[in-house]
Design a protein around this ligand. Structure first.
Ligand code: GLY
Ligand code: MN
Ligand code: MN
Length: 434
């Protein structure tokens, strides 16, 4: 992403933070997986959003109006020996030249330098509670200034949660962000197509997962979340990700997988028959979910509120279940009584961005938030009928269907970023037959 994009974001945030105050954001710590082995590093999304800097052991400090520089980046020093073992570091020079910091200091000197930056500021904007060790350090630095207050040091007197300001910014995607999310969507669509084309009875869930790894990595992308590849009854387990079992003829396969590129996520679910042809019962349920998804996507437009797509999906699913006699009674009463929850137990979507369940408030006060251009959300209704469901004919057992797409709110409606991936029954069957 272009460095000017990060600069624009920092400037926008600094305007809100205001002169005389300070904002501090820590990089994500490196996580240990097991003895001497670390998880692949994933930068904190807020830190990444403001810097584009992808190293651990770093702290961003913004001091609006500071004459010697408003944007300070603490990071690891260059160290030829360490870099031979663990990889390259930007160092202070890199922080200034490549990441446009006004000033950069070694992270090891932060205890000496940060109290001086805090001293004399009124409010400290900070994301509290995310990294408790860092919260502790911040308190320590503030206490250090307090200890000097008798010699005239001014202690910041207010801690303000930075989340609200920053996360509201992140909710509205810029052109650059939308184009990155489209890229992630393209790669995920290609991977889902590969999976559909390759799938056949007898393969294992993990061999289908491998197609995603291949397609993602060859595009310099990675999984945005652990992929769900669930055949038959596993498709009815919402967070299944063992991905270890064999795929049976006559059953469905539910795949929820999406990649991230430069941190920006896509999130796609498709459900299709392992042998390439839906049975009548599978098709019946599938069509109900597909209609519900269409009804929900149609509600994505400026002026509608966050819950409108969900309400549309609930109405459509309840109506469909009623027609299939999986529910009995009066439509409005069933909706009022949440009868659908037996088969549709999650919500219809979430914000999408640098985090797959992205930041941003869903309500403003007591009211659902109004949709506005630049917001991106998923629309992902589903129906899940576990085996031995009481009072449910066995022809419906082990049918788990979810259809999930990523949708951008535009000025006059919406754009489905993942629309290149077939979801109609005939289109899926045609792709799998080809
Ligand atoms: N893949 C996570 C979700 O669909 O919310
Ligand atoms: Mn999702
Ligand atoms: Mn998903």
């Amino acid at each position: 992403m272009n460095p000017t994009e990060f600069k624009r974001r920092r400037n926008q945030l600094m305007k809100m933070v205001g002169k005389g105050n300070i904002a501090i954001v820590a990089a994500a710590p490196q996580q240990v997986r097991n003895r001497d082995v670390e998880y692949p590093y994933r930068q904190d999304s807020d830190f990444l959003y403001l810097t584009g800097f992808n190293e651990p052991s770093a702290v961003l400090v913004l001091v609006p109006g500071r004459p010697h520089g408003e944007y300070i980046l603490f990071c690891r020093e260059n160290d030829p020996e360490q870099e031979i073992w663990h990889g390259r570091r930007a160092g202070q020079q890199g922080a200034i030249e490549r990441y446009a910091a006004d000033d950069s200091f070694p992270i090891d000197d932060i205890d000496d330098i940060l109290p001086g930056l805090l001293e004399g500021r009124e409010k400290v904007f900070h994301i509290m509670g995310r990294y408790p060790d860092f919260d502790q350090k911040l308190m320590g630095w503030v206490n250090q200034i307090k200890a000097q207050s008798r010699s005239g040091a001014h202690v910041p007197y207010e801690f303000v949660s930075l989340d609200h300001l920053l996360h509201d910014m992140r909710l509205y995607k810029s052109r650059a962000e939308i184009s990155m999310m489209k890229k992630a969507a393209r790669v995920s669509v290609a991977a889902h197509k590969r999976a559909m084309q390759l799938c056949k009875p007898g393969l294992f869930e993990y061999s289908i997962e491998a197609e995603f790894n291949h397609e993602f990595r060859r595009n310099n992308a990675q999984h945005a979340y652990p992929p769900i590849v669930g055949g038959g009854e596993n498709g009815c387990i919402l967070h299944y990700n063992d991905n270890s079992e064999q795929l049976n003829d006559g059953e469905l396969l539910l795949i929820d997988a999406g990649c991230e590129i430069e941190g920006y996520a896509s999130d796609i679910t498709r459900t299709f028959p392992i042998n390439g042809e839906f049975t009548p019962a599978q098709r019946d349920i599938y069509e109900v979910v597909l209609q519900a998804q269409k009804a929900a996507i149609n509600k994505v437009k400026p002026g509608n509120h966050w819950n409108d797509p969900h309400n549309a999906a609930v109405r459509s699913i309840t109506k469909g279940l009623l027609e299939l006699k999986l529910l009995k009674g009066n439509l409005n009463k069933l909706i009022k009584d949440n009868a659908y929850r037996r088969f549709y137990m999650h919500r219809t979507g979430h914000w999408l961005g640098l985090d797959v369940h992205d930041v941003g408030d869903y309500k403003v006060g007591e009211q659902w938030r109004l949709l506005e251009p630049g917001m991106v959300l998923t629309v992902e209704p589903g129906i899940y009928i576990a085996a031995h469901s009481k009072g449910v004919h066995r022809k419906w057992w082990n049918i788990g269907v979810r259809i999930e797409d990523d949708v951008l709110v535009t000025r006059d409606g919406h754009e489905v970023l993942t629309r290149a991936l077939p979801s109609a029954v005939n289109d899926i069957e045609a792709l799998m037959a080809g």
